[in-house]
Design a protein around this ligand. Structure first.
Ligand SMILES: Cc1cc2nc3c(=O)[nH]c(=O)nc-3n(C[C@H](O)[C@H](O)[C@H](O)COP(=O)(O)OP(=O)(O)OC[C@H]3O[C@@H](n4cnc5c(N)ncnc54)[C@H](O)[C@@H]3O)c2cc1C
Length: 389
């Protein structure tokens, strides 16, 4: 097993580092105002060649691997300390574009992927509904065939990048079939009559771009926009594992940023005439943070390296690494807040923002109990883990 990056991977990391550093320091106002120049950020990522990383070259993508994705997104997050920098790679490489790769028809891939990988159209994923989150397979949004079109009706919430993105990979119920068997996915484009995009609730963390609402009232969507209809749910989940990998990278990089900030503070802050880093209780905490980050890094890289076709992370590896990150990060940022003393409770130091960002990361892509359910189902296939009453 080789833990060293290749020269090409090191070059990619360096490029992502430069691209992230170019926006360093902007996170404070993006967080405060809950707004960012998202288009400009996307343009700068396009210029740095960081879009469409795992999408095959025949559709204009970079033809890279899930590990390339980890290298780029980790470096962007850590250097910029802002989740916004990860959004352009996510919307041009992550679960939405990966689902487009699974479309039933080649025409669908040809219609959407070139604009997506160029950053002209971002693709968000819209699964969560006001009444259905963890119980996704009970969702109520419907897609009904009418001639050559589908009529899509329903509401989604917490959709990252809505209303900024142009394409929404909407999970809907097809053919009135109940449960997972009826769940498929269709692309709804901005500008479709009946589609209403709203900013939605204010979040405590991962601010700067809305996690908005997507309302669809009898949207007429051409058949070519269909990714998978009824029966396609488990295939769609293979693309959704890019979401879990992304969340795992988020936890890794924000833990690294929290560690960086905490070490800096502990080296500068003095107590009893000494830098507080020289007290055993302090350096033991920092060592524990380092060990937690290293362990999570291995799980994240493993989930990327073991991806099917180097592109679709495996369900068990990606869920394990997402669960590890979602539980590690808030504990680690809380330790960081504590080591900042009273300063940790103010808005004057980056650690409080990273702690709020950690709260956002816990549930996005699936809450820890639900991830444990999914992992148990894979570890113990001989047993049933039905959640319905
Ligand atoms: C920052 C952020 C970004 C997001 N981005 C997107 C996005 O782009 N697209 C999208 O579709 N969604 C997005 N989401 C939504 C996210 O996927 C959901 O919030 C998540 O799946 C949980 O659903 P819920 O909020 O409805 O909670 P619920 O499902 O109502 O869960 C509430 C609580 O009940 C627990 N619970 C529920 N069922 C079980 C069970 N069977 N066993 C044990 N405990 C259970 C949960 O663990 C949780 O603690 C985002 C969320 C956040 C916070």
């Amino acid at each position: 097993m080789d833990f060293d990056f290749t020269p090409e991977q090191l070059e990619l990391k360096e490029r992502a580092h430069k691209a992230g550093m170019a926006w360093r320091g902007r996170h404070t106002s993006w967080d405060r105002d809950d707004a960012s120049p998202y288009r400009e950020v996307t343009e700068s990522m396009r210029e740095a060649g960081l879009l469409g990383l795992t999408i095959p070259t025949e559709y204009g993508g970079k033809g890279g691997t899930a590990l390339d994705y980890v290298i780029v997104v980790e470096e962007l997050f850590r250097s910029s300390q802002s989740w916004i920098l990860g959004e352009p790679p996510f919307c041009t490489t992550g679960p939405g574009p990966s689902m487009v790769l699974l479309a039933e028809q080649e025409e669908t891939r040809r219609k959407f992927l070139p604009d997506i990988v160029n950053g002209l159209k971002g693709c968000a994923i819209a699964l969560t509904e006001p009444d259905h989150g963890s119980d996704l397979t009970d969702l109520e949004t419907t897609a009904v065939l009418d001639g050559d079109d589908y009529i899509v009706t329903g509401s989604k919430r917490f959709i990252t990048g809505s209303p900024e993105n142009e394409i929404y990979a909407v999970f809907a119920r097809f053919d009135d079939i109940p449960g997972a068997k009826g769940v498929g996915c269709i692309l709804v484009e901005k500008g479709t009559p009946g589609l209403d995009l709203e900013p939605g609730a204010q979040f405590v963390g991962s601010r700067g771009l809305p996690h908005g609402e997507v309302h669809m009232h009898e949207c007429r969507v051409p058949r070519i926009n269909l990714i998978r209809g009824a029966g396609g749910f488990s295939d769609l989940m293979t693309a959704f594992n890019m979401e879990r990998l992304h969340n795992s990278i988020y936890s890794l990089a924000f833990a690294e940023a929290a560690y960086d900030e905490t070490v800096r503070y502990c080296e500068e802050r003095k107590s009893f005439g000494r830098p507080i880093i020289e007290f055993q209780a302090t350096y033991h905490s920092l060592v524990d943070m380092h060990v937690a980050i290293e362990a999570h890094r291995l799980l994240t890289y493993k989930a990327a390296v073991t991806a099917i076709d180097s592109r679709f992370p495996r369900p068990l590896d990606s869920t394990v690494s997402k669960l590890s990150g979602a539980t590690m990060l808030p504990n680690l940022t809380q330790q960081g807040v504590l080591l900042h003393g009273g300063d940790g409770a103010t808005l004057d130091f980056p650690i409080q923002r990273l702690h709020r960002d950690a709260i956002a990361a816990m549930v996005a892509g699936g809450s820890p109990p639900v991830l444990r359910n999914a992992i148990a189902a894979q570890l113990f296939p001989g047993h049933r883990f039905r959640q319905h009453a």
